[in-house]
Structures are given as C-alpha cells and as structure tokens.
Design a binder for this molecule. Sequence first.
Ligand code: ATP
Ligand code: ZN
Length: 210
Amino acid sequence: MIRLAIQKSGRLSEDSLNLIRECGISFINSSLKLKTEATNFPLEILFLRDDDIPGYVADGVADIGIVGENVLVEEGREELQVQKLGFSRCRLSIAVPKNEAFDDITALEGKNIATSYPNLLQTYLSGEGVQAHIHTISGSVEIAPSIGLADAICDIVSSGSTLISNGLREVQTVFRSEAVLIAHQNLATAKQQLLDQLLFRIDAVRKAQK
Ligand code: ATP
Ligand code: ZN
C-alpha cells in the first residue's frame, strides 16, 4: 500500500482527485473523511492542508504527495520533486499601488513588502541585489498596502482581478508554479514499484491530454 497526500480543500484538490481517477483508480470520497482507500489499487489517500504536505512526505508519514511548486520551494524541499503535473499553474508576483512609480526592481530598495512567501521573495531580491524589508503574513496579503502595512506585496496571481480590485498593479514575476508530484526519498522497494506504476499511468494520462 502506498500513501498519497493531497490538499483537502483548495485550488489543488479537484484536479488532484481528477488525476487519480484518470489513472483508473477508484475510491469513495467523502468530504468529511480525512483519509480514504482506493478500491482497485493499493493506494491510501490523505487529505491535508497543502502547506503540511512536503513535511509529511519528507518524514515518510505520507509516501507521495501533490503540492504547488511554490509551496515546495518556499519550504526548501525541492529534492522531493518527482514529476510536474501541468495543473494549478500560477505565478508569484510583486505588485504595487496602481499609481505608484515603478521603473524597475530597484524601486523597492528599502521598501516594506508583505508576502506569504518570504523565502522565494528573498531569493529573488538577493539575485537582483535589492534590499527590502519583508513582512511575512499568512493571508489577505493584497490589502496590506491600503492599510499602510506595506509599500508593495508579493503574492500568487492567476488572472490578476484580485490585484485590480485592491488598487494594485502587477510589476514583476518572481516565480512560476504548477502542481508537482513529490515522493519520500527512501521509499521501500514495494512502494517504489507502486510509485513507478502510478508514474506510468500519469504519463499516459498527460500524453492523452496533449
Ligand atoms: P490550505 O487551506 O490547504 O492551506 P491555501 O489557501 O494555502 O490552502 P490555495 O489557495 O487552495 O491554498 O492554493 C493552493 C495552491 O494552488 C497554491 O499554493 C498554488 O500552487 C496554487 N494556486 C493558488 N492560487 C491559484 C490560482 N489562482 N490559480 C491556479 N493555481 C493557484
Ligand atoms: Zn496552504
């Protein structure tokens, strides 16, 4: 039996479940249960918060997982990545108040930037040689400039409409992300064989979609 961790409820959940189903794996999914067993493949599914998934897979509590690259890299667990999955595509971008001047990234020197991704932002700023004050907040990052908490934000963007409705303008992409399959680094042979079977099916599903 191999144990897979996926997001319980959020932007990764539906496509993660769809991928498993398209692999020909059947299971009963009750929104109240935190785990379920597949009926036709030796797979157990755990439903967790996405932020907890890399840690559980690193520790071997779950054998494999599906998570956004943004969370994986933010948590410094890149080494767990096995396969990109092509869904939940989004970008992590810097945005400033829409009337604020912004010629290039040096405009952020010495400024306060609010984000839930301090490590990804710090890596980017260091690469650009810019020093800014990073304020880590866990949610509602977009309102930080309007309440005087920050001069700019760095947050996940897909369509950009949330930024616009908060009077912000996207000025720089920091990181591009999609869902990825991750795996524990020292899987037992039997589990590795199940992972290989799963990867084979995922590959077939993805080829059929192209
Ligand atoms: P949880 O309650 O599990 O902690 P969350 O609020 O942190 O959930 P979601 O907003 O559901 O997370 O996003 C989960 C992941 O989906 C993100 O880390 C990112 O990889 C991806 N994602 C976020 N926003 C979008 C979007 N607008 N479009 C596509 N993918 C997105
Ligand atoms: Zn989360």
